[in-house]
Design a protein around this ligand. Structure first.
Ligand code: SF4
Ligand code: SF4
Ligand code: SF4
Length: 315
C-alpha cells in the first residue's frame, strides 16, 4: 500500500483493519442507504474500499468522495453483519475527521439549519451527540459528531433543522405512506413504526411492492430512530381512522441516540391524553425489540392486533 498517510492522520490507524475486509458484501445488504438508493457506491463496503483507496492514494479526496463518506445513519447494521469484525463506523468517523481537515464536509446526512431558525436552542439540548452549538449568530453543526439521528429535526419548532437527504425517513414521507396505506387497504387497522435499529430484517419486505396485499390490516413503517417518533407522526394514523399505533424501539441500554427513552416518554404522554378523552390507552403501544429479533417483533404485532380486534374501531 503506497504511503500517503500523512494526509490521513486519523484514518491511518485503520490501515491493517481496512485490509481485513474480505469484500464479502454481507454488510451492504443490511444498509438502509443501499436499500434506499440501490447504488452499491452508497453501501458500507464501498465506503471501506474508498477509505482504503484514500490511504493508498488510489482515490483522490474530493467533494463526491466526501458526500459518500458522510452519508451514513450510524445504524451500525453493517457492523453487526460484518464477517470480519471491521469497526466500520469508527473508520467512517476517522475518514470524516480527515476530510473535514481538508475542508471537505460532506454534507451527506449531516443535519443542517435553514434560515428560518429562531435560535431557540432547543435542538442543542436535544442532540444526543453534542453535535450542535451556537456561535452567537447561528447554529453550527459539527459534521463529524452528527450521526444523522434526526432528533433535532423532530424537535425544531421552526422546521429549520433538516437533513439534505432523509433516505425515506422524513416525517412527511412516513405520514404520506400511512395515509396511502389507509386509502388503499380496506382492512387497514394499524401502523407499526419500527426503528431501523431494533427491527431491520423486514425493512425490505416493508418497502417492496410485492409484499403488499389489499387485505393487510397493518403496515410497518421503518423510521431511523425511536427518537424521531414525535406525537404528530404517532397521531397521524388516527386521522385516517386507525384502530391503533405500535412503535418498536431498541431495549433501554441499546440506543446510541437515547431515542428509545424519548419514544417512551412520548408514548406515555399519548396514553395519558387518550385516557383523558376516554380512549383505551392500549391503542398506542411501545415495545422493545433487540436488533434483528424478528420472532419477538412478529409476536408483539400479533398480540397488538389481537387486542385491537377485541377493542374494535374508535367510536
Ligand atoms: S452504519 Fe448503517 S447507514 Fe451507515 S453504512 Fe452502516 S449500515 Fe449503512
Ligand atoms: S440531533 Fe442527531 S441529526 Fe441532529 S445534529 Fe444531533 S446527531 Fe445530528
Ligand atoms: S430547534 Fe430549530 S429554531 Fe431552535 S435553534 Fe435549533 S434549528 Fe433553530
Amino acid at each position: 500500500m503506497e504511503n500517503k498517510t500523512k494526509e490521513f492522520k486519523h484514518l491511518e490507524k485503520w490501515q491493517k483493519t481496512l485490509a481485513n475486509c474480505i469484500r464479502c458484501g454481507y454488510c451492504y445488504e443490511h444498509c438502509p442507504m443501499f436499500k434506499y438508493t440501490g447504488w452499491e457506491s452508497d453501501a458500507p463496503r464501498a465506503k471501506i474500499i474508498t477509505a482504503f483507496g484514500l490511504l493508498s492514494g488510489e482515490v483522490e479526496p474530493s467533494e463526491s468522495v466526501s458526500q459518500k463518506m458522510f452519508s451514513c445513519f450510524y445504524c451500525k447494521r453493517c457492523e453487526a453483519a460484518c464477517s470480519s469484525g471491521v469497526a466500520l463506523t469508527d473508520i467512517f468517523t476517522d475518514a470524516k475527521k480527515d476530510l473535514v481537515e481538508m475542508d471537505l464536509k460532506g454534507p451527506g446526512t449531516t443535519s443542517t439549519t435553514k434560515l428560518t431558525c429562531a435560535r431557540c436552542l432547543i435542538c442543542l439540548k436535544a442532540c444526543p451527540h453534542e453535535a450542535r452549538s451556537y456561535d452567537g449568530k447561528n447554529i453550527v453543526v459539527d459534521p463529524v459528531k452528527c450521526q444523522a439521528c434526526g432528533i433535532c429535526i423532530e424537535v425544531c419548532p421552526a422546521g429549520a433543522a433538516t437533513i439534505q437527504n432523509s433516505f425515506g425517513t422524513d416525517r412527511n414521507m412516513l405520514m404520506d405512506r400511512a395515509s396511502n396505506f389507509f386509502s388503499t387497504h380496506e382492512a387497514a387497522k394499524a401502523i407499526i413504526f419500527a426503528c431501523n435499529w431494533s427491527y431491520y430484517p423486514d425493512l425490505q419486505a416493508s418497502v417492496l411492492p410485492d409484499a403488499e396485499t389489499r387485505d393487510k390490516n397493518y403496515e410497518i413503517l421503518v423510521n431511523m430512530c425511536g427518537g424521531r417518533l414525535e406525537p404528530q407522526l404517532l397521531m397521524a394514523p388516527f386521522l385516517y381512522n386507525a384502530w391503533g399505533v405500535m412503535a418498536a424501539v431498541c431495549p433501554e441500554d441499546k440506543c446510541d441516540h437515547k431515542g428509545n427513552v424519548r419514544a417512551k416518554k412520548t408514548i406515555e404522554s399519548l396514553k395519558n391524553t387518550f385516557k383523558s378523552i376516554d380512549i383505551d390507552p392500549e391503542r398506542v403501544r411501545l415495545v422493545e425489540i433487540k436488533a434483528g429479533d424478528k420472532a419477538k417483533f412478529k409476536a408483539e404485532i400479533d398480540t397488538f392486533m389481537d387486542n385491537l380486534n377485541k377493542m374494535g374501531p374508535i367510536r
